[in-house]
Design a protein around this ligand. Sequence first.
Ligand SMILES: Nc1nc2c(ncn2[C@@H]2O[C@H](COP(=O)(O)OP(=O)(O)OP(=O)(O)O)[C@@H](O)[C@H]2O)c(=O)[nH]1
Ligand SMILES: [Mg+2]
Length: 559
Amino acid sequence: MSNTINQGSGTRIQDTSQESLKSVLDICARLSIVSLNRQIEACGKLLVQNPPIDVAILGQFKAGKSSFINSLIGKSILPVGVIPVTTVITRLQYGSKERAIVRYFDGRTSEIGIGNIGNFTSEAENPSNQKNVEVVDVELPSLKDYAGLRLVDTPGLGSIFKYHVETSENWLPHVGTAILAISADRPLSDNDVQLIRGLTQHTPNIVLLLTKADLLSPEQQAEVIRFFERTIQRELNGQLQIYVYSTHVNTEQYKDRLEAGLLSKLSSNRDFEFRKILQYKMQSLIRGCLSYLDIALKTSLEADLDREKLRERIFDEKVNFDLVREELTIIARENQRQTLVLIMDYLDNFQKPLRKKFSEALGKELSAWKGNLWKLTRGYEEWLADRMTEEMRHISKTEHRHFYGTLNKAHASLSRSIEAFRNLLGKNIEKVLGVRLAEADWKIEVSEPDHPDIKTIRSFDFHFDLIWFLIPIFIFRGLFERHFIGEIPREVEANLSRLAAQWEDRINRAIEEMRKQSINYVKEELSTIDALLSKPYGQTDEINETIKKLHEGLQKLMI
Ligand SMILES: Nc1nc2c(ncn2[C@@H]2O[C@H](COP(=O)(O)OP(=O)(O)OP(=O)(O)O)[C@@H](O)[C@H]2O)c(=O)[nH]1
Ligand SMILES: [Mg+2]
C-alpha cells in the first residue's frame, strides 16, 4: 500500500466503508447473524465518531501493562500490583487539563479526581467491576506529544479473574494499534500467540513489547528476542516489531526507541493511520460476513432444492395445470357440439303442429286477400312474417329452458372436474406439508343466455311477383294459393332452425364463459400455492446480491 492516502482515497474509503457496513448490518439483521455485532459496532464508531487511535496495551496478567503506561506518561495514576489488578478498560489521551471521567454501562458518567482512578479500575476497590464501569477516560496535558492517540490499559488475560479476560477480549474489535506486553519472566506463551492471531482480525498494527527487561542480562534479552522472532515466524508465518521496556532500568532509552519507532509516527500520521486501520477492520468485517453468507447461501440453496422437491410432490402428474385445462376444454367443447342437436330435437316436436296451424290459418285468410300477384305475395309475406315472429317469440319465451340441456350438463361436469382437481391438490398439500387447504367457493356462475332477436326469414327461392304483370291472376289464383300453403312446412322448418341456431350461439357462449371461469379458478389456486411455497425461502437471490455488493466493497477497500 502506498504511504499516502490522499484526501480523495480517504473519502472513498469512508464512503465504501459506510456502504459496506450498511449491507453487513442489513444482512446480519435479516439472517440473525449476531457474532459480528462487536465488529460492526467498532467499525460504526470509527466511522461516526472519528476518535483518536486506540493504542491498546494487551497481554497476560501481571505483564506490567499498567506500569508501562504510568512510566510512559511519567505519572503513577494507574493502579499496579503483584496480584491481578486492572479490572476496567482505561483510556488516556491528551487534554488541556487533567481530568478523569467514569463512564458506566447504563450511560451515566461522573468526573473523578485523577488520584481516585484506582477506586474504579482496580480489582481491590472494584471487585469484578461491581460498580458497572464501562470505561474510564483520562485526559492529561502531558500527553500532548501523543495527540490523536489514546493509550488503552486493559485487564490482564489468562488470570483466574474471568471477568478481566472477558472485558479485554470483548474490547479487541476496537483496537487500533496493539502493543502486546510480554513479561521477561514469562516469554511468549501459547496464549500470547493465540492473542496475536485474534488481533490480526482487527488491526494491521501489532508490536511486541518485552517488559521487565531489567530482569534479564543483555545477552538474555537478545536470546529472548530471537526466540520471539522464531516463534512468530513459525506460528504466524510473519514478523512483528519487537520493543524492549523496563520501568526500572534505562527507561528513557527504551521510551525514546518506542516513541521514535511507533508512537510519534502514529501520532504525526494520525489521519493516514486511522484510515488504514478503518480499511483493515472493514476488510476483516466484510470477510467475516462473507464467510457467514457462504453458509447462508448453501442453506438457502438447499432450501430452494427442498422447495423444488416440495413443489414436485405437490404439483405431481395429477395436479397439472395443462391437463386440467385440457379436460375442462374437452368438457366444454363436447357439450357445445351437442347444443344445436339437442335444441333441434326438441323443436322438432313443433314442426307438425305449427305446419298445421299455419296452413289452416293461411287457408282462412287467403280468400279475403285481393289484388294482383304482387299484392298477393306482399300480403302473404307480411302475414307470414308477423305470425311467424309472434310464434317464434312465443316458443323462445315459453320453451327456452328446454334448450339448456348442454348448458346444465357442462356446468355440472366443469364443477365436478374442478372440484376433483382441488381435492387432489388438497390431498397432496396435506400429505406433503401437513396442512389442510381451506375450503374454497369454486362456484361456476351460469349466466342465462340473452333471448335472441327473433325475426323470420324469407325462404322463397324464386320471386314470382317480379313477373306479376305477365301472369293473369284470375286464372292462376288457385295455383298460387296452393303454392303459398305448400311453402308453409319449409318456412316453419327454416324458422325453427334459425331459432335453434340463435339459441345455440348464446348457450355455447355461456359454456365458453364457464370454461374460462373454471380454468381461472385452477390457475389462481395453483399460482397462490406456488407463491406460498416460495415465500419462506427465496433468500438465495438476496444473499447473492449482498455477496456481490460486499465483494465489490472489499475490492475497493483493497486498492
Ligand atoms: N522488575 C520489574 N517489575 C515490573 C516492571 N514493570 C512492572 N513490574 C512489576 O510487575 C507487577 C505487575 O505490574 P502491573 O503494571 O500491575 O501489571 P499489569 O499487567 O497491569 O497487571 P494486571 O493489570 O493485573 O493485568 C508489579 O509488581 C510491578 O511492580 C518492570 O519493568 N520491571
Ligand atoms: Mg494493569
